[in-house]
Design a protein around this ligand. Sequence first.
Ligand SMILES: Nc1ncnc2c1ncn2[C@@H]1O[C@H](COP(=O)(O)OP(=O)(O)O)[C@@H](O)[C@H]1O
Ligand SMILES: [Mg+2]
Length: 223
Amino acid sequence: MAAATGTPVTFSKLTANFEARTFARVKIRNKCYFDIDTRYTDLETIGDGAYGVVCSAWDSVLRRKVAIKKVADVFEDLVDAKRILREILLLRHLGEHPNITSILDVTVSPQVKDFKDLYIITDLYECDLDRIVTSKQILTRPHIQFFLYQILKGLKYIHSANVMHRDLKPSNILVNSDCALAICDFGLSRGAEDEASLTDYVVTRYPRLLYSAQIFNISVCDS
Ligand SMILES: Nc1ncnc2c1ncn2[C@@H]1O[C@H](COP(=O)(O)OP(=O)(O)O)[C@@H](O)[C@H]1O
Ligand SMILES: [Mg+2]
């Protein structure tokens, strides 16, 4: 599969004509349902994250495959709801960069006025870095250099917007077979100046810890 090359759709277009959408209920591996716009077909599970199931699907409007992340019961927990909102807002702003996943569409279940589930549609990648590094696949020096180069490029863009990802790990880095790479999962991201909200996470998440330590000028060993 070629690198994800989708042209991001503007947010006003995402939510336009919502009432005109038609929905179908698709059963995913006997364990959950996707109430999804009928433009998306051939759903298959590709990931199971902390906030929900991720499926690949054929998008009959864009005429290519996409990824759909279902966030079930989005309002059940206020903190989680804020994280999802933050993820959508950040992807809107940062997703134009080639090394950051771009958001293509957002839909809710058919009960638009009283919805519980949210679906975030992004460019589809073939794998994540966690699966690659835990597989038997040999990574050559040029592979590693190219991955690192793209990660740093994506991070530079994120940090230039004064945002910290705070959950950078192999499973949140998506890769295609041509080695194109994109950083995903901005649910824990924060603005660098949002100091108060950082404290509960920095002690448990080592990649963020290193970055936060630099920002707040603290010793990593004393944290
Ligand atoms: N656009 C995508 N293309 C391919 N796989 C994806 C995509 N988005 C997510 N995934 C897969 O689903 C997993 C969970 O997605 P993620 O956005 O990290 O959700 P969570 O917040 O639940 O961790 C990822 O680790 C990855 O394996
Ligand atoms: Mg994740």
